[in-house]
Design a protein around this ligand. Structure first.
Ligand code: ZN
Length: 323
């Protein structure tokens, strides 16, 4: 069996009415014709939706097969997982997304077994002037007030919003009401779950001319009314120069790495998801590989711990791992 090197996968593109072409115009991705590219699933192990290795000796293998066949090499201390528990995506919102909420694991177990809940975090890659992100409820809006505004079609009154800036990180725990606004492109890390309750769709009609289904009962049940407004996180510095921690939660850790010349990934028996936001890198172990360039995502297997990243250009990475 070929030994594992840093892995690049084929992105799974999702076209929805609210998508656009920023994956190409902002991140230099090759996109087929069409102006509705909404999501690119970068790292995914969910049933038939599979990240497939794009190159090298393992080309064609799915993430699920790698996890099954080489668990210790791929995920190290997390060997034994039945599927990769995180889903990493890029999203390009040309139109505001529906107002939604995801349950936590406990509620999901009651409402939608065996699906898990969904906690997610966003990093803003692009934001048009005047764009907004809705995250959390304004203070003072309890269940009755939210229910009332939902029935009136005016739930926006209850939502906290802010103007996003490139680099902002927004942590959306399960139970937080949220909507990505028009003109914003993000990288999103989330629990690999598909349980979304749509609370409000801005009084729009779907592509079939009908309003899309709402899930008010379950949605209201899933909201954590104690959470309050959500603003971008304050990055925490770490012992490692150039590395700041954006999110630490039960499900994942999210860091931003600014690499001037070279840096070393920790050798701690974990795999890491890496997105190149800016610049380029070459991995020390994989000299045969072409450099990784901006807009590319990869998975650095646990067996490549301690690998050196060499960057000819000032480089910014998002690095994500399991706690
Ligand atoms: Zn969400």
């Amino acid at each position: 069996m070929p030994s594992l090197e840093p892995l690049r996968f084929r992105p799974l593109l999702r076209r929805y009415v609210w998508g656009g072409r920023r994956l190409a115009t902002q991140l230099d991705r090759d996109l087929p014709p069409g102006d509705d590219y909404a999501e690119s699933w970068e790292i995914c192990d969910r049933g038939v939706d599979q990240s497939v290795v794009a190159e090298g000796d393992l080309a064609g293998a799915t993430l699920h097969e790698l996890l099954r066949d080489q668990p210790a090499a791929l995920v190290g201390r997390h060997a034994g997982l039945e599927r990769f528990p995180l889903l990493f995506k890029l999203l390009d919102a040309q139109r505001v997304l529906s107002v939604q909420v995801h349950p936590d694991d406990r509620r999901a177990a009651q409402l939608t077994p065996p699906d898990l809940g969904k906690t997610e975090a966003w990093v803003v890659l692009h934001a048009e002037p005047g764009s907004v992100i809705y995250a959390g409820l304004k203070r003072g809006f309890d269940r009755r007030a939210v229910e009332r505004e939902l029935h009136r079609g005016t739930v926006e009154l209850c939502l906290h919003k802010f103007a996003p800036r490139v680099g902002d990180c927004v942590f959306i725990p399960a139970g937080a009401v949220h909507a990505l606004g028009a003109g914003v492109m993000i990288a999103e890390i989330q629990q690999s779950s598909d349980v979304t309750y749509r609370l409000f769709d801005w009084n729009r009609l779907g592509s079939d001319g009908q309003p899309r289904a709402l899930h008010l009962e379950q949605g209201l049940e899933a909201i954590d009314f104690a959470l309050g407004p959500i603003d971008p996180v304050q990055p925490q510095s770490t012992e490692q120069p150039g590395v700041e921690r954006l999110v630490t939660c039960e499900q994942f850790v999210l860091e931003r790495w600014c690499v001037a010349d070279r840096a070393t990934l920790p050798n701690d028996d974990r795999c890491r998801i890496v997105l190149l936001v800016e610049g380029a890198i070459q991995f020390g172990t994989a000299s045969k590989q072409r450099p990784w360039v901006r807009g590319e995502t990869g998975l650095v297997p646990a067996c490549c711990g301690g690998v050196e990243l060499r960057s000819p250009l000032p480089t910014e990475l998002l690095v994500i791992y399991l706690p």
